[in-house]
Design a protein around this ligand. Structure first.
Ligand code: HEC
Length: 109
């Protein structure tokens, strides 16, 4: 019982927070923050603002990645990141996500 409590606390402490729905209009931002498809939830590991939780900071990573590489990362899921294949993310949605990421995280801090 106590073990599960600790696990629950740990996993909620490590979970990213999505940006509020009403502040978003870009389809890529909506996907990233988990509002479009229940299985597309990048914010959980990279946080709503992209600063990272237990996944790396996208604010730092995205400016270094070309759009094609970024699309490949999302489809293939490096390391412990999940793969987002066509059954959960269509090509059109992948493009929205990549466009939004490249437009939002332009230069590394
Ligand atoms: C379950 C946690 C998790 C989720 C959900 C997740 N990621 Fe990741 N992501 C990671 C981890 C961990 C890494 C680092 C992988 C490595 O390099 O070993 C990573 C790496 C990345 C990178 C950097 C790759 C590089 O080469 O520098 C990008 C970009 C990225 N994720 C985007 C996304 C996007 C977009 C989504 C949603 C479609 C997403 N991630 C969902 C955990 C996650």
């Amino acid at each position: 019982m106590r073990f599960f409590l600790v696990l629950t606390l740990l996993s909620s402490a490590c979970a990213g927070i999505p940006l509020p729905r009403e502040t978003l209009s870009d389809p890529g931002a909506l996907l990233y923050n988990g509002y479009t498809s229940p299985k597309v939830d990048c914010f959980r590991c990279h946080n709503g603002d992209g600063t990272g939780v237990w996944g790396p900071s996208l604010v730092k990573r995205v400016p270094r990645l070309k759009a094609e590489k970024l699309a490949k990362v999302i489809r293939q899921g490096p390391g412990s990141m999940p793969k987002y294949e066509a059954d959960v993310l269509s090509d059109a949605e992948l493009q929205q996500l990549v466009d939004w990421l490249k437009g939002s995280f332009v230069s590394a801090p």
